[in-house]
Write a protein that binds this ligand. Structure first.
Ligand code: CO
Length: 429
């Protein structure tokens, strides 16, 4: 296989096999000296923070050689931490934080890096005092403790959540700098809980129950109305994330999860489900979370997150340091089901190649894609587009804007372009 310049290219179907002459170096770095270790750490974290973070490892520094085989290592800990050399972090504003997609591997977002969106802060809730009320059009109104909910048959599922405002500034043109800043309001976790249908069958739906109001116990009392016929099959009441109880910012001790729906419907700190006949027209479905169309009407109850993909490396703010082999990496997802295919272009959409999809490829879950590329040092425009199992294809920006205009803030899922210049700098464009 050759590219247009006749260079030999790695086989697209053989992951992890750079071509023979690809300059991929794996020479390990020299171990740091004591001085480098301490001054490096100080500049990374500041002197006070460095002392705390590095305390378990200070035996190495005191030993002076910097050789980890010359001194016993740090001792076991009750609750783990990452290496002090790792610095991936969320990009925070007071009521939201964005996942560093450019720093992650595979499909699971570490719980500590899952994006956040809250409307009046993260409440502190004692799980022993927390209750879930199920009432309205039911035969038996019920009040559940967390322990009672955990007794029901459990289910675990890897699912992405995406804020409907993710990438929203891009409606006005390429504005953001990094993939984290533009697209970081999406993350994937393994969620564990009880099916909504299990809990509602305990309460018994009465005729006429067609919608469900879900309410959180945060200081915004976040509420959304959801159509029962759409959510009953898949929605979960979750108490765990990636194997441990939910993080506070993810709704501890209980959240709703509606796979494939916009993130704000997955009500956190869930305290109440009211079965009703029609939507309740709360603040979050009238003034917020509607999409203003070019003709002045507003789309309402636009729940589904359409197919989307983004190249996470190389991506905005990064720099290609040398020519030769590059594995283009990214994430694709669809709120309608499985990712069927991801296509990647390196010439701004003139030619497309099919990317490899890393297993597992799960419905309504981030899917990792990769493509072998040979950067010849010239200008390039990297793009990816996702095709989901319904046949829907992620639109080019101009096609999306033609239909939806530019008044919207929510549900932007157009193809992302990364411009690469001859120096290897990667920019949004
Ligand atoms: Co919407």
């Amino acid at each position: 296989m050759t590219d247009k310049d006749g260079k030999s290219m790695p086989n697209e179907r053989e992951p992890g096999v750079p071509s023979r002459d690809a300059p991929v170096t794996t020479r390990p770095k020299e171990p740091p000296t004591r001085r480098a270790f301490l001054t490096g750490a100080t500049s990374l974290f500041g002197a006070a923070a460095a002392h705390v973070l590095l305390a378990p490892f200070l035996g190495h520094a005191a030993n002076g050689s910097g050789d980890p085989t010359r001194v016993p290592g740090a001792l076991a800990t009750e609750y783990g931490r990452r290496s002090p050399f790792e610095r991936a972090k969320r990009l925070t504003k007071p009521q939201r934080s964005r996942t560093p997609l450019q720093d992650l591997h595979g499909i699971v977002t570490p719980s500590a890096l899952h994006f956040e969106r809250h409307h009046n802060g993260v409440p502190l809730i004692d799980p022993a005092k927390h209750r879930l009320l199920v009432h309205g059009l039911v035969e038996r109104p019920l009040l559940f403790t967390l322990a009672e909910l955990k007794r029901f048959p459990s289910i675990s599922r890897l699912v992405f959540i995406e804020c409907s405002g993710n990438s929203g500034k891009e409606w006005k043109g390429p504005k953001g700098k990094t993939v984290q800043e533009i697209h970081g309001l999406t993350s994937t976790s393994e969620w564990t809980g009880v099916r909504l249908s299990t809990v509602l069958s305990e309460a018994g739906l009465t005729p006429g129950a067609a919608w469900m109001l879900a309410e959180g116990s945060d200081a915004a009392a976040m509420t959304r109305s959801l159509p029962l016929n759409r959510v009953l099959d898949e929605a979960l009441l979750c108490y765990a994330q990636n194997g441990e109880p939910l993080r506070p910012e993810q709704g501890y001790p209980l959240r709703l999860l509606v796979p494939g729906y916009e993130g704000n419907t997955c009500i956190k700190w869930l305290r109440r489900l009211k079965l009703v006949a029609s939507p309740m027209m709360t603040r979050e479905e009238t003034s917020k979370y509607t999409d203003l169309m070019p003709d002045g009407t507003a789309r309402q109850f636009t729940f589904d997150m359409e197919a989307k993909s983004v190249i996470t490396a190389p991506s905005g703010g990064q720099r290609l340091k040398k020519t030769g082999y590059v594995e283009i990496r990214g994430l694709a997802w669809s709120g309608r089901g499985r990712v069927e295919k991801v296509e990647v272009s390196v010439d701004g959409g003139k030619n497309w190649r099919t990317a490899r999809l890393q297993a597992p490829v799960l419905p309504k879950c981030h899917t990792r894609f990769c493509l072998d590329w040979w950067w010849d040092g010239g200008k390039a425009v990297l793009q990816s587009r996702c095709i989901d199992e319904t046949g829907y294809r992620q639109p080019a920006r101009q096609d999306l804007v033609e239909v939806r205009g530019t008044n919207s803030y929510y549900h932007y899922n157009a193809i992302q372009s990364w411009q690469i210049d001859e120096a290897g700098n990667v920019r949004n464009g």
